[in-house]
Write a protein that binds this ligand. Sequence first.
Ligand SMILES: CCCCC/C=C\CCCC/C=C/C(=O)SCCNC(=O)CCNC(=O)[C@H](O)C(C)(C)COP(=O)(O)OP(=O)(O)OC[C@H]1O[C@@H](n2cnc3c(N)ncnc32)[C@H](O)[C@@H]1OP(=O)(O)O
Length: 304
Amino acid sequence: MAAVPTLARRIARSGVRPLCRWPLAWGRAARQPPGLPLAPCRAFSNNKILVELDESSGVAMMKFKSPPVNSLSLDFLTEFCISLEKLENDRACRGVIFASAVPRIFSSGLDITEMSGKSMEHYAEFWRAVQEMWLRLYGSNMVTIAAVNGSSPAGGCLVALSCDYRIMVENPKFSIGLNEAQLGIVAPFWFKDTFVNVVGHRIAERSLQLGSLYPAPEALKFGLVDELVPEEKLQEKAMAVMAQWLALPDHARQLTKSMMRKAVLDRLVAHREEDVQNFVSFISKESIQKSLRMYMEMLKKKKS
Ligand SMILES: CCCCC/C=C\CCCC/C=C/C(=O)SCCNC(=O)CCNC(=O)[C@H](O)C(C)(C)COP(=O)(O)OP(=O)(O)OC[C@H]1O[C@@H](n2cnc3c(N)ncnc32)[C@H](O)[C@@H]1OP(=O)(O)O
């Protein structure tokens, strides 16, 4: 199996298209006092992600727009990493808010079709992209806030867990959690570590074994999300929390974040290739492939 990471090549090949300088997403025009010129803002997009950076506040909005369910496919993960890297390297950007542009779904987690019926080389490439996404997000120097405006199972929950703060829409129909066990698969150690760091060992152990998905009000009770708001207040709340976090000196906040997360990040970095091999051998077992096929069939049947 090729050990050469191909995500870097995909990032190099994939273009990030600039949009206009005065974008409309997240209603900037509505927030601007009448008669004043709009504050400088830059936007860029690719096929699956829209980013708008407000230079006056140093805050970027990253919106996932990969219908029907924002599944984390190889293409999505590549574009996510490109967008995050661009913001990370931009001195004007100090914080990012993540939300979905798809109604009712934040992200449906890892794209199951990337883990089913493909070659070992493909599984390895996909898993490296999942690792890369998490390493960049969990290790980001920026303030990261998940504005969870829809359901967020498994890998979608990991995205939210990897942020500094989680605000979820109070709708009990929206659920969140690491439900891998329900699919007959296992959340790897770094998903588990991230989860434990947010909710503690006991709750993580029980939730992971049961593959529990929690309606938003339940998730709030044990700190899987930090607060709930009505959908129409989500953006305003995320901006207010961001302002609070950005009021501190960057270096102090960044060093503290790094101190809290370093051991968990280092563990994957030290065992990255081993983790890829574990994933590939696990996911290519016929029994696991059968479980994934049955789960996809169950999703389809649920519609009819
Ligand atoms: C011991 C060593 C261990 C080493 C590691 C080993 C293994 C690694 C484990 C990897 C960790 C995995 C993490 C994951 O993220 S797995 C994905 C988990 N995701 C889910 O369980 C979510 C499944 N989806 C849903 O529950 C629902 O779709 C929904 C997100 C709640 C949205 O519901 P609804 O609006 O009713 O939409 P539909 O169900 O009708 O879905 C629309 C179409 O989208 C397809 N879909 C849904 N989710 C996914 C997905 N994650 N990947 C790919 N495709 C997905 C669905 O089938 C529909 O397709 P169709 O229109 O063609 O029928």
